[in-house]
Write a protein that binds this ligand. Structure first.
Ligand SMILES: Cc1cc2nc3c(=O)[nH]c(=O)nc-3n(C[C@H](O)[C@H](O)[C@H](O)COP(=O)(O)OP(=O)(O)OC[C@H]3O[C@@H](n4cnc5c(N)ncnc54)[C@H](O)[C@@H]3O)c2cc1C
Length: 174
């Protein structure tokens, strides 16, 4: 097998604090497999693992390094949410779709936790989420658990009332 790619992760707190991971060799020669997954981020690795668990021979091709893209640069939080609040999704696509998406988010959460246990993944998992509100409007949204999805009706475990701060240009609710 040839030497590992010289491509390094982008310099970040995440890269410098990451647990050690094995170097992967470049592909050489001809290989055959049942499924070839392109891209070793969360999506590709998760798909490859699902397929391998079904007994298929899977190869993952990555242009740089495992976790080189968004997966190696994100905040690492299992947030159970999308870039739009569930009520926005519900309004736009209907309750059924919103519920399906909400369920999918929570199913993904369970899959991550199950895999961490099953494969003994050394990923420093810490339990708990913090939803922070920067203004009164966001506080109201937090208090009514909208960020967790009215469609899924899954309650927030705790919601603390913070003193609203005054900001000229309030950030949009995530
Ligand atoms: C700054 C930031 C913070 C985030 N924070 C969070 C968070 O806290 N919680 C959360 O749940 N989500 C978060 N996200 C979102 C999350 O990181 C992404 O949704 C997720 O990582 C996407 O994974 P992916 O596998 O689809 O893509 P990527 O991780 O980007 O993987 C794609 C991979 O494919 C490779 N590739 C591309 N083209 C080719 C090719 N032609 N041949 C071979 N390989 C190729 C790339 O090198 C890369 O490694 C964050 C995202 C960002 C950017």
């Amino acid at each position: 097998m040839s030497a590992p790619l010289p491509i390094e992760h982008a310099a970040s707190w995440y890269a410098s604090s990451a647990n050690a991971s094995p170097e992967r060799p470049s592909l050489s020669g001809e290989v055959s497999c049942d499924v070839c997954v392109v891209g070793a981020g969360f999506t590709g690795i998760s798909a490859a693992l699902h397929l391998a668990e079904q007994g298929l021979k899977v190869m993952v091709l990555e242009a740089a390094r495992v976790g080189y893209g968004a997966s190696g640069r994100n905040g690492g939080q299992i947030v159970n949410s999308y870039s739009r609040d569930m009520d926005v999704i519900e309004e736009r696509f209907g309750a059924q779709t919103a519920r399906a998406l909400g369920d999918m988010a929570f199913e993904g959460n369970s899959i991550i936790r199950e895999r961490i246990v099953r494969y003994g993944i050394d990923c420093d998992l810490r339990e708990g989420n913090l939803f922070a509100a920067c203004n009164t409007r966001q506080m109201k949204a937090c208090a009514s658990t909208r960020h967790c999805g009215s469609a899924t009706a899954i309650p927030v475990s705790s919601c603390w009332k913070a003193t609203p701060i005054s900001v000229k240009s309030a950030p949009k609710a995530m």
